[in-house]
Write a protein that binds this ligand. Structure first.
Ligand SMILES: *[C@@H]1O[C@H](CO)[C@@H](O)[C@H](O)[C@H]1NC(C)=O
Ligand SMILES: *[C@@H]1O[C@H](CO)[C@@H](O)[C@H](O)[C@H]1NC(C)=O
Ligand SMILES: *[C@@H]1O[C@H](CO)[C@@H](O)[C@H](O)[C@H]1NC(C)=O
Ligand SMILES: *[C@@H]1O[C@H](CO)[C@@H](O)[C@H](O)[C@H]1NC(C)=O
Ligand SMILES: *[C@@H]1O[C@H](CO)[C@@H](O)[C@H](O)[C@H]1NC(C)=O
Length: 472
């Protein structure tokens, strides 16, 4: 081989390797461009359609929904969208298990594009809150593994589980009515949790189960354009991406809120059957929507779905390696995670919820603070991310506040139509629960205050004093 040829081969190899390492985004975009599968060609190519940005994700329990929430939080931040977040008195959930009500939404997060925090679904209130072109999405998980997960995660919270001798799932399922009280606190973790989260009746009498389940499935199907299935998470994301006309880059994720493998138990034979019988409504929901997921995947074309899943996983690995200094991240227990912002919440001493830590040298591979920020958000647990997002949205809200007219705020269509006693209730929640600096400075209390009484402190976002405090 001549020297010239060797040189050309060398150049070719270098170029390819350069593209692979630094042109990830470029090659990725090219691949994404060719993603439109044959069956989709009849529609407008999804890359040409604007991304759909009004999304309501019903976050169900123990279903990989925290991973989905993180993905939606990041999408919202990247696209400057508003995420409806709970008032602080509700914590990081919309006062679950209370049924959702629009007055549980923090006024600084109105009007929203996205909502994804835990709630018990309420269709009418959601429609009052969200824009009318909102796409509704949720996720279900196979009842057997889901119940095992609930039983272990909420073992110390839920009385129905706590009563069981030796923390034995088998003992519970042998005689569930011995331990379960339908009306006590946290009972929704012990039976038909998915049905409950979706707003349904978890304790339907057995005689009525079939008819109720059929009607409930139909209602859920009417509201939710996509019901994802945790067992087929990546395939579900492919459907989501097509539904919302998003890029593959918009659906990259790192799995969050998982148990350490030592906290997981495999089910002994016979248990899955007992779990399905005890959670009959959830089992029906699951079977129906798993079947409909696969019908949708078949319609999209199995080859197309497989290719997209492959690209998704490849891009994900690239992103994750970029964040973790070239390696795949190690799962760590909370105690091992140095950065407090990255420690996941622990339900009890008996369950280890694992998370990640960022290597301190992420700059080596992804220079610039933006990349560091991206990596941090990718693995930030739910509670911390909710707090961070509320802070940034409150700042944005206050920054735009002085520009608004002193008229009643159009930003709170929901709040302003509430009966007066509810408004007062909310003011009290705010006053008691908000730390200094996050007070109800520009909250809808402004609408009930006579014009011109707004103090300077209120305008600049300090904790208000004076007239507001005396509001009945
Ligand atoms: C984000 O939203 C704010 C206020 O709604 C606006 O002023 C700003 O220009 C937006 N930024 C981008 C990048 O869209
Ligand atoms: C949705 O709301 C917009 C503006 O509020 C309105 O113009 C539109 O007709 C509504 N669409 C539907 C389907 O109700
Ligand atoms: C619980 O454990 C004790 C001792 O380990 C055993 O004697 C008892 O039978 C167990 N109870 C159940 C319901 O499994
Ligand atoms: C979901 O549905 C598919 C297609 O019908 C089936 O093959 C699969 O076993 C189902 N998964 C579960 C966990 O039931
Ligand atoms: C990483 O980059 C940020 C911003 O560019 C810088 O503040 C920080 O000190 C860097 N960290 C390391 C370990 O180099």
């Amino acid at each position: 081989m001549s020297q010239k040829k060797i040189f050309l081969v060398f150049v070719a190899i270098s170029t390819v390797s350069l593209l692979l390492h630094h042109g990830g985004h470029f090659s990725w975009t090219m691949e994404a461009f060719h993603l439109g599968c044959p069956s989709l060609r009849t529609h407008l190519s999804s890359s040409l359609k604007p991304k759909h940005t009004n999304v309501a994700f019903l976050k169900t329990h123990k279903t990989a929904s925290t991973t989905m929430q993180n993905l939606l939080f990041r999408f919202a931040e990247r696209n400057n969208l508003t995420v409806a977040l709970p008032v602080q008195a509700c914590g990081h959930q919309f006062c679950y298990p209370r049924t959702f009500n629009a007055h549980l939404v923090h006024p600084h997060t109105l009007p929203p594009n996205v909502v994804t925090s835990h709630m018990r679904f309420n269709r009418a209130e959601m429609q009052r809150l969200m824009p009318n072109d909102t796409i509704y999405v949720t996720i279900l998980r196979e009842p057997g593994s889901m119940f095992e997960s609930l039983f272990s995660y909420y073992n110390q919270y839920c009385q129905s589980f706590k009563r069981v001798p030796n923390g034995s799932l088998e003992a519970f399922l042998d005689e569930p009515w011995r331990y379960y009280r339908p009306d006590e606190k946290d009972s929704m973790y012990a039976r038909n949790t998915l049905t409950f989260d979706l707003g349904g009746d978890k304790d339907r009498p057995a005689a009525d189960t079939t008819a109720y389940a059929r009607a409930f499935v139909a209602e859920t199907e009417r509201v939710f354009s996509l019901v994802m299935i945790a067992e087929y998470f990546d395939e579900s994301l492919v459907l989501l991406r097509h539904l919302l006309s998003w890029d593959l880059e918009d659906v990259l994720y790192v799995k969050l809120n998982m148990r350490m493998s030592g906290s997981k138990h495999s089910l002994s034979p016979g248990l899955p059957f007992k779990i399905r019988a005890w959670n009959a409504l959830d089992a029906r929901l699951y079977d129906h929507f798993n079947a409909s997921l696969w019908r949708q995947l078949t319609a999209l074309g199995p080859a197309c779905v497989a290719r997209e899943v492959r690209l998704l996983r490849r891009a994900q690995e690239r992103l994750v390696r970029g964040c973790f200094g070239g390696r795949l991240p190690q799962l760590r227990s909370a105690a091992q995670i140095k950065n407090k912002e990255l420690r996941p919440w622990q339900p009890s001493a008996k369950v280890d919820i694992v998370g990640y830590d960022l290597p301190t040298n992420t700059n080596a591979t992804w220079p610039g603070s933006l990349a560091h920020e991206l990596c941090l958000k990718l693995i930030m647990p739910e509670v911390q991310y909710t707090r961070v997002l509320l802070r940034s949205q409150s700042l944005r809200y206050r920054r735009s506040y002085p520009l608004r007219s002193p008229q009643p705020q159009p930003q709170q269509p929901v709040r302003s139509v509430l009966p007066r006693h509810q408004q007062v209730g909310i003011q009290q929640i705010h006053r008691e629960a908000l730390p200094p600096g996050l007070g109800p400075a520009s909250s809808p209390t402004a609408t009930s205050r006579p014009a011109g009484t707004q103090s300077r402190a209120t305008r600049v976002g300090l904790r208000p004093s004076g007239p507001q405090r005396q509001t009945p």
